[in-house]
Ligand binder design. Structure first.
Ligand code: PLP
Length: 400
């Protein structure tokens, strides 16, 4: 028989992808499931971006590119970082990969050795801890709470730093909580790493353009240019431009790290799809109007959901400042009973029963390192979101 590498026992399938697959299986079985599991804009990729991809294909841009991306796209990335974030990168300080996920994967694999520690404030995107474990490292969770708006405090981060700390993972706007770090928050975090040039701060800015006006978006390398050699700024087109399926992300950081990431990528995927790269040039150079239209739709949906949730008992929710998720505390309902006597004892029961009774699929907080919570994506149509609120309301209304 085949035996798998022990490496595989360190990681699990992405819980959000598992939840999505489960919802899809229920749909395929004919059930009228509404899935609010994945973080995927429901909009089409804007037309001018699609046209650029078609033109690229017709012009024969269908071959391997340079590992770290076409010069045209790297220049568009450099211009974006300068224009939107005030960061100056050179060509050897940026890399283009198959999604922001691969940028992070490359960086962690290039940086982390057995026993190295990576600080991950939680709740956090499901993939950070597992990528660290795959590399042999230890994710060091720094739990945050609703009391601090789910932002990691400088004190809590400072307490987690040890001689083995090699990286700190920051994600603002945050998936799943929607917390946004201010320039002030970043300055406080910068103080922690100024005397530790061996620590890299990874800023995952993938939700940059999806904010709701309460805290202005900032990013560490823009706020503290003196720290540029210690920061990897990660971004991509998936969420801002409704391009999840194109698989295109990019990063800017210290040249030696970017060079190592490039070596790694040369032995795995080589380059991001040439056609997606051409589309990304059109996206980054094409202005932010299409992004703004989508942001307004997300803002409207967010407000609709928050006002519906305010009328539902026993659910704790902090208005998200960015991204497109609601992270809802369900502690008050644990131990409650459904009309047929079934007890909702755990977060997993809540998620399972919501799918079973009301055909509403969400993701449990456990995968994000914070229970008992559910995460609900509002990157879905208005009709689905409104029906989802009816279902959730009926579900909690049936609990006693
Ligand atoms: N980072 C965060 C915080 C995310 O939520 C996601 C997607 O869900 C990603 C990165 C992955 O983005 P990409 O599609 O560019 O790989």
């Amino acid at each position: 028989t085949l035996t798998l590498s022990p490496r595989m026992s360190r990681i699990q399938a992405s819980p959000t992808i598992v939840a999505m697959a489960r919802a899809n299986a229920a749909k395929a079985a004919g059930r009228p499931v509404i899935s609010l599991t994945t973080g995927e804009p429901d909009f089409d990729t804007p037309a001018h971006i699609q046209e650029a991809a078609i033109a690229a294909m017709r012009a024969g841009q269908t071959r391997y590119t340079a590992v770290d991306g076409t010069v045209e796209l790297k220049r568009a990335v450099i211009d974006k970082f300068r224009r939107e974030n005030g960061i100056e990168y050179r060509l050897d300080e940026v890399i283009v990969s198959t999604g922001a996920k691969q940028v992070i994967f490359n960086a962690i694999l290039a940086l982390i050795d057995d026993g190295d520690e990576v600080i991950v404030p939680t709740p956090a995107w499901v993939s950070y801890p597992d990528i660290v474990k795959l590399a042999g490292g230890t994710p060091v969770e720094v739990p945050t709470t609703a009391e601090t708006g789910f932002k990691p405090t400088a004190e809590a981060l400072a307490a987690a730093i040890t001689p083995r700390t090699r990286a700190i993972m920051l994600n603002s706007p945050c998936n799943p909580t929607g917390a946004v770090l201010s320039a002030e928050d970043y300055r406080a975090i910068a103080e922690l790493v100024r005397g530790r040039p061996d620590i890299l701060v990874i800023c995952d800015d993938i939700y940059e353009h999806i904010t709701f006006g309460t805290t202005e978006f900032a990013t560490l390398a823009g706020v503290c240019p003196d720290l540029k050699e210690q920061v990897l700024t990660v971004n991509g087109v998936s969420k801002s431009y409704a391009m999840t399926g194109w698989r295109l992300g990019y990063g800017g950081g210290p040249a030696p790290l970017i060079a190592a990431m490039k070596v790694l990528q040369s032995q795995s995927t080589t380059n991001a799809s040439s056609i997606s790269q051409a589309a990304a040039v059109a996206a980054l150079n094409g202005g932010l109007q299409c992004v703004e239209e989508q942001r307004q739709a997300f803002a409207r949906r967010r407000d609709m959901l928050l006002s519906r949730l305010a009328a539902m008992p026993g659910l704790q929710v902090l208005p998200p400042e960015g991204a497109f998720y609601l992270f809802i505390g369900v502690a008050e309902w644990l131990g409650a009973t459904l009309p047929d006597g079934t007890v909702v004892a755990t977060e997993a029961d809540f998620v399972d029963q919501l799918l079973e009774r009301e055909n509403l699929a969400v993701v449990g907080g456990e995968g994000f390192g914070c229970s008992p919570y559910i995460r609900l994506s509002f990157a879905a149509s208005d009709a689905d979101l409104s029906a989802a609120m009816d279902r959730l309301e009926r579900f909690v209304g049936s609990l006693t």
